[in-house]
Design a binder for this molecule. Structure first.
Ligand code: AMP
Length: 282
């Protein structure tokens, strides 16, 4: 496994594979790798000749008051994990490689970027779309793998790839969870033991929604109300948003008349966690 830190070297390594007609699978990450990331890497390994994982804590997707500085960076573990999973290249650039002095260009997916997580985090998805575009241009993947955990991000990347005619297939893999149901996340390490216990309420509230809908509740307002009641029982929890959307355009649904996506963001103490569930209309 090669560790590449320079953009032009990564570009050349990818180009070499393309010339040999090898397929490239790509998993962009911010590191602090866990089983969620591993599921993407394994899928990429299964489906491609050559697998690239990027590890880059992208500053342009963090707001000024967010956790850029304290974001976990266990790079040695991450590299060992990639090696174990048979990754061919870890692309691990420094910030000035990706954003040299005088950097000016940004990619923005309108509307989809302003909802949900985009509201309290203005500029977040612009940062994501920009870095993913740059990484796609450098790595030239045939297929790129993203997690359903970040449902809005996955939709935005798909839309961006479609709108900008990017020659890459976007695959979205299911959410990997801890035993008790908490969605795996690099930010879970911020939680105290008590908060870690409380955090499972996100998953429990999504399950409650599933049961209510399975039992015939079609009014999404009622579903959200019941979810809120459950979450508010935890003192450490503060709801940012709960919403029910259709699966691809992210339009709010007031009645469950089709497959839907229930998404939520909840602060547990000082840590903002997100989760979601897809519910198929019976
Ligand atoms: P991050 O390092 O948090 O930027 O995540 C990199 C990729 O891993 C993104 O496509 C995430 O959606 C995906 N991912 C993160 N957590 C999970 C999870 N629990 N299950 C599946 N995919 C995940």
């Amino acid at each position: 496994m090669k560790i590449i830190k320079k953009v032009d070297e990564a570009f050349k390594a990818a180009r070499k594979q393309k010339e040999k007609d090898k397929s490239i699978g790509f998993v962009p990450t911010m590191g602090a790798l866990h089983e969620g990331h591993v599921s993407l890497i394994r899928q990429a390994r299964k489906e491609n000749d050559f697998v690239v994982v990027s590890i880059f804590v992208n500053p342009t997707q963090f707001g000024p008051k967010e956790d850029l500085k304290r974001y976990p960076r266990p790079i040695k573990n991450d590299i060992a994990l990639c090696k174990k999973e048979g990754v061919d290249v870890v692309f691990y650039p420094e910030v000035k490689q990706m954003y040299p002095e005088g950097y000016k260009t940004y990619v923005e997916v309108k509307e989809l970027s302003d909802l949900l997580c985009g509201k309290p985090r203005p500029g977040h998805f612009k940062g994501v779309a920009t870095v993913v575009t740059k990484l796609f241009n450098i790595i030239q993947p045939d297929t790129a793998y993203f997690g359903q955990k970040d449902a809005q991000q996955a939709l935005i990347i798909k839309k961006m790839a479609l709108d900008l005619n990017m020659p890459v297939k976007i695959k979205v893999m299911p959410i990997v969870r801890e035993k008790d149901g908490l969605a795996m996340s690099s930010r879970n390490v911020y939680l105290s033991a008590k908060e870690r216990n409380d955090a499972v309420v996100l998953f429990n509230s999504l399950n409650l929604a599933k049961v209510l809908i399975a039992n015939g509740q079609r009014n999404t307002g009622q579903v959200i109300l019941r979810m809120k009641e459950l979450i508010r029982k935890k003192k450490s929890a503060k709801i940012d948003y709960i919403a029910v959307f259709d699966l691809d355009k992210l339009t709010p649904l007031y009645k469950v008349t089709e497959d839907c996506l229930i998404v939520l963001a909840v602060w547990i103490g000082r840590t903002r966690l997100i989760d979601n569930i897809i519910i198929r209309h019976a």
